[in-house]
Design a protein around this ligand. Structure first.
Ligand code: UN1
Length: 487
């Protein structure tokens, strides 16, 4: 079945057409990957690291082209797309060095003339399923360390970012990743799920990495559980930003604008609800609404805060989120699709050519609202009041996600109390909820994931398994616990 990927800023622009695979093709790719992994694991880790270095250099050499393609295919503003490409380079740079570390340990034994060791072994074949909002950076967070650790990879990117995925894949092939070690399969959801199930049953997949919705994450988690596997799940978020009474309000507004509306709010780390102290609520809201009103939206090849939604599918779900706005809410400014009939001041380009939506700031949000409890993957931010920091922390935790959060405060005591009380995997102080750096643990808890972490050295635990070894050079049978030396 062919799939046509179009430019969401101009839907008549066809970016690529790919043939979607069946579940069978997914299984075949996993089989090739299984075969190829045996040889790849024998390549010394420092040499695998060199190949990762080649990838980083090739991405750098083709950075502008790749960024332009990402912008054309998913509508991410070009500045952010360049940042996304840089994130691959940063990831490669980190893991080049890891090829010369990938440390194990030497551990003392309780018996004389005996030495204990630990080794990191590759897991085998990693099946990586990723979303299209970060079509190249987030895949690199999985694929680069997985390969470095001696695994092979079967990658299922989002269809609507197929051209970006293909360009990313081509770089890996050109950098010297052997055939079969990295396979890409374009397939829609149910074929992927069936293929994955089959591959797990046949023992062809040893680790699953998934970035996407919490709903699909639960299904993948259940499937993996049946095969006694722990997947790496990076799911949705309802990321709160707390603005305390002593916060620098202009800074908080800048943070809320970028976190809430950067990438059109389509990051898993995007701001969900600004939880603002009652004493500064009105002033924060006034400045925030003004900033949103002045923000430039439109053609993502220019200098805009955000462009179109990723794809038609996301435009449709955004319409659903708008339906959560109730009588007791105040919506500041226009909502819905930007058209000639529903225009936006300062819009850059031609609105009706793509999936452009007005930014929605919704105040008067209550803790029982769908708007407050559910992820709204799009340019919509709720604003609500709190009176004590404990209450703000409780509100931050209430939706049950736990990916990212931030606090704007000039009081370090509040920042530390917030950090300790909030259930999120990532906490920002006086900075946006989004914009993770490539070498800090990335991941969430609760509905945001199963506690797995990506990035930096922490991701090594996803793509290696510890093996212990004990070596007895005493020349006799020494029995643990029984022959322990008495002092
Ligand atoms: C995601 O949306 O899946 O923190 C990841 C950020 C990004 C990653 C977001 N670097 O904004």
């Amino acid at each position: 079945m062919p799939y046509v990927s179009t430019n969401p800023a101009n839907t008549s622009d066809v970016v690529t057409e790919v043939e979607l695979a069946t579940s069978r093709s997914f299984v075949d790719a996993a089989r090739r990957a299984k075969q190829a992994q045996r040889e790849w694991a024998k390549v010394p880790a420092p040499i695998r690291g060199q190949v990762i270095g080649n990838i980083g250099r090739l991405v750098e050499a083709n950075a502008e082209q790749l960024a332009q393609l990402v912008t054309r295919e998913i509508g991410k503003p070009i500045g952010e797309a360049r940042g996304e490409v840089q994130e691959i380079v940063d990831t490669c740079n980190f893991f080049v060095g890891e090829g010369r570390r990938l440390y194990g340990q030497t551990v003392p034994s309780e018996m004389p003339d005996k030495q204990l060791f630990t080794f990191r072994n590759p897991v085998g074949v990693a099946a990586i399923i990723t979303a299209g909002n970060f079509p190249v950076a987030v895949p690199s967070w999985y694929i680069v360390p997985a390969l470095l650790c001696g695994n092979s990879v079967v990658w299922k990117p989002a269809e609507y970012s197929a051209a970006s995925a293909q360009a990313f894949y081509d770089v890996f092939a050109a950098a010297g990743i052997p055939q079969g070690v990295f396979e890409v399969v374009f397939a829609e959801g149910s074929e992927t799920y069936n293929g994955l199930e089959q591959a797990l049953t046949e023992g062809l997949v040893d680790k699953v990495g998934f970035t996407g919705s919490s709903e699909v994450g639960v299904r993948i988690g259940e499937l993996c559980g049946r095969h006694l596997q722990t997947p790496c799940l990076e799911l949705g978020g309802k990321n709160p930003m707390v603005v305390t009474e002593d916060a620098d309000l202009d800074l908080a507004v800048q943070g809320a604008l970028f976190a809430g509306f950067g990438s059109a709010g389509q990051r898993c780390t995007s701001l969900g609800t600004a939880i603002v102290h009652e004493s500064v609520y009105d002033e924060f809201l006034r400045r925030f609404v003004e900033a949103v009103d002045n923000a430039v939206v439109g053609d993502p090849t220019g200098d805009v805060l955000y462009g179109p939604l990723l794809d038609e599918k996301f435009a449709l779900s955004y319409e659903k989120y708008l339906g959560w706005i109730g009588e007791h809410h105040t919506v500041h400014g226009a909502t819905g699709r930007i058209t000639e009939a529903n225009p936006r001041k300062g819009f850059v380009g031609s609105p009706s050519a793509g999936f452009f939506y007005h930014p929605a700031v919704v105040s008067g949000v209550r803790k029982t609202d769908e708007m407050f409890l559910q992820e709204t993957f799009g340019p919509i931010v709720g604003v609500m009041k709190y009176s004590t920091l404990d209450e703000a922390i409780e509100l931050g935790n209430l939706p049950g996600y736990g990916l990212s959060c931030s606090i704007y405060t000039t009081d370090p005591n509040k920042a530390f109390r917030f950090r300790a009380g909030i259930g999120a995997g990532m906490v920002s102080v006086n900075n946006s909820t989004s914009g993770a750096e490539a070498h800090l643990p990335f991941g969430g808890n609760g509905k945001s994931g199963n506690g797995s972490r990506q990035s930096g050295m922490w991701v090594l635990d996803q793509f290696t398994r510890w093996q212990s070894m004990n070596w007895d050079y005493s020349g006799k049978l020494q029995k643990a616990q029984m022959d322990t030396l008495e002092i």
